[in-house]
Design a protein around this ligand. Structure first.
Ligand code: CO
Length: 135
């Protein structure tokens, strides 16, 4: 099971508009998409950079996974997303290696993609998201 791309690197922020403005000033980049993902309690923006993306996550309310992350750890790196061709096969492979998963079954994330999270305890405290079928 080899991921074939880093789909995105996600940063948790307090203020999506302010951070997008900073990115525009600093790097001249614009978001390619922006959406509210109720199921994850976030508003997210994607900024395409080369063959990958930066993803900014702003919580919709404090009592949400990203809201609690901000309280505990402040703004910063939230997760790394690896693109995989077949997320069911990837989860089965990881479970077979004894890797601790947050999601044993895929769910639907931003852009309608099937996603699943691997527990940060499995990789040096870093939350990993698997995303199916993006390049
Ligand atoms: Co993500």
């Amino acid at each position: 099971m080899l991921p074939y791309n880093i789909d995105h690197v996600a940063i948790a922020v307090h203020d999506l508009d302010a951070t997008l403005a900073d990115l525009h000033t600093q790097y001249g980049v614009e978001p390619v998409s922006r959406e509210i993902v109720e199921s994850q309690g976030v508003e997210e923006a994607m900024i395409a950079i080369g063959g990958s993306n930066l993803q900014l996550l702003q919580p919709l309310q404090p009592d949400s996974p990203v809201g609690r992350f901000l309280v505990k750890r402040g703004e910063g790196l939230h997760h790394i997303a690896l693109a995989v061709p077949d997320i069911d096969a990837a989860l089965e492979h990881l479970a077979g290696t004894g890797t601790r998963l947050v999601d044993t079954e895929p769910r639907v994330g931003g852009g309608g993609h099937r996603i699943a999270f691997v527990h940060p305890a499995a990789l040096a405290g870093t939350l990993v998201e698997l995303v199916e079928g993006t390049t």
